[in-house]
Design a protein around this ligand. Structure first.
Ligand SMILES: Cc1ncc(COP(=O)(O)O)c(C=O)c1O
Length: 451
């Protein structure tokens, strides 16, 4: 059953067993008493999820939800995808952990598979456990290779919560008043919707790139270690500029001795539809590609892929990661990449994502609240504003839309600097029927939110 019966949910042939664990109230009380208060939960009344299957999630009462945010863009193949689950279980029947001081086939097999999806020359991978760690490692490698220190990231970026990756992140909301990162600079992002520059997206991109040149001139020694960017800013509210921006920015950075890092933590593995990696929309070739989230379908697994030459420059001292390359996470990664191929999930992102985006764009005619619809494939954002002219962020309305969607049995995310962007990034296996349901739910939710 879904919570509200007004809009009929697409069918699901999985029925979870009855839940008999601790009550939601007890879990909430335990969390309040024993768990670090930095953890936050969505919704006025947090949801407790106890089961899931493909694009569906279930709470302790058996209520079903269409998952349109995929555990923050992480569940790529689907919750408990049978092939991925079986690969994990099969590996657990043999060996869970040994570390990389011993050989195991899964690690180099996954490295080979990742390399097969990369442009030529990007074929050496270091596996870690989280996107933050991977970004940290990429910056360290860039500094070791170039001998330079300064790093440039984009305003409105999110790259993680470790020291360096928090420094790369550019949102005051994610920046506690503590030291973070070192010699990191933030340059204008080319998002045409909210930008000090005006003109076509391409003109905004060129002016933003020119500002990068200025930043290098004023704030760095003129030589930099790296530039890092998400091809589409995820936490930042699915914002992205014209494809030409990365081409221009990469050229400028290389002129200043730096390496270009593409943070594909959200955009990788086919999610953007037309391409396997987000950077491919811009026809650029990064020096390093950072990945996490979708590669593991929920298993802690992340990686940096780079060239042999750059990797070799990071071998002057020992480097080690206890869980990185773990046989179980490697087994998951191998199965995930197979499933993406076998089930045509990239193509599904293109087709279903296209339908979803068209539906969202059509909602603009009926809902003044929608200021912008953007994104690619199954990585979509809807920015809500109280006034299309002033673009005043509609924060309260955004929160209300999330609550209302939940009432209809659909979970979405929110993001952006002002928390006013609906983030729609479901498991890559959703169907056209699911997309149509999502549009109907959003239509109803937006109607309620504007009252
Ligand atoms: C683009 C991007 N990079 C890095 C990270 C950090 O990944 P993790 O939370 O696995 O450390 C995130 C997390 O949301 C992300 O969206």
């Amino acid at each position: 059953m879904n919570v509200s019966t007004e809009l009929a949910m697409p069918p699901c042939d999985y029925q979870p067993p009855a839940y008999d664990g601790p009550t939601r109230e007890r879990v909430q009380a335990l969390r309040k008493q024993y768990v670090h208060p930095s953890l936050f939960a969505l919704y006025q009344e947090p949801i407790m999820l106890v089961d899931g299957y493909m694009q569906w999630l279930f709470d302790e009462k058996g209520s079903r939800y269409l998952d349109m945010i995929a555990g923050i863009v992480t569940v790529s193949c689907g919750h408990r995808h049978p092939k991925v689950s079986e690969a994990i279980a099969e590996q657990l029947r043999h060996l869970q952990h040994a570390t990389t001081i011993y050989l195991h086939p899964n690690l180099p097999l996954l490295a080979e598979k990742v390399a097969s999806k990369m442009p030529e020359g990007l074929d050496v991978t270091y596996f870690v456990n989280s996107g933050s760690e991977a970004n940290e490692l990429a910056v360290n490698m860039a500094r070791a290779f170039t001998g330079n220190v300064d790093v440039v990231a984009l305003r409105n970026a999110y790259h993680g919560m470790s020291s360096t990756s928090m420094g790369l992140t550019s949102h005051h909301t994610w920046k506690p008043n503590i030291p973070q990162g070192y010699r990191i600079h933030h340059t204008m992002n080319p998002d045409p919707y909210r930008n000090a520059f005006s003109g076509t997206p391409e003109e905004v991109a060129t002016q933003s790139a020119e500002q990068l040149r200025e930043l290098l001139r004023f704030s760095t020694p003129g030589q930099v270690a790296a530039f890092i960017a998400e091809p589409i800013q995820g936490v930042g509210g699915v914002s992205h500029g014209a494809a030409s921006y990365l081409t221009e920015a990469y050229d400028i950075i290389r002129d200043h001795g730096g390496l270009c890092i593409s943070d594909e933590v959200q955009t990788g593995f086919g999610r953007t539809g037309d391409h396997y990696w987000g950077f491919q929309h811009s026809d650029v070739k990064p020096d390093m590609v950072v990945m996490a989230k979708g590669i593991g379908n929920g298993v802690p697994l992340a990686a940096v892929t780079t060239t042999r030459e750059i990797a070799d420059a990071f071998t002057s001292r020992l480097h080690f990661n206890t869980y990185g390359g773990n046989p179980v996470s490697m087994a998951a990664g191998l199965a995930v990449m197979d499933v993406i191929e076998e089930e045509g999930l990239q193509e599904n992102c293109r087709v279903v994502g296209g339908r979803l985006k068209a539906g969202l764009t059509a909602l603009m005619d009926r809902h003044e609240l929608i200021g912008d619809v953007r994104g690619m494939g199954l990585m979509l954002g809807v920015e809500l504003v109280t006034d299309r002219g002033t673009k005043e962020p509609a924060k309260a309305e955004t929160a209300a839309v999330l609550e209302e969607c939940r009432e209809h049995g659909m979970l979405i995310g929110k993001g952006g600097l002002y928390g006013n962007v609906l983030r729609i990034k479901p498991p890559m296996c959703i169907t056209e029927e699911d997309a149509d349901f999502a549009i109907d739910v959003l239509d109803a939710a937006l109607e309620v939110a504007r009252k």
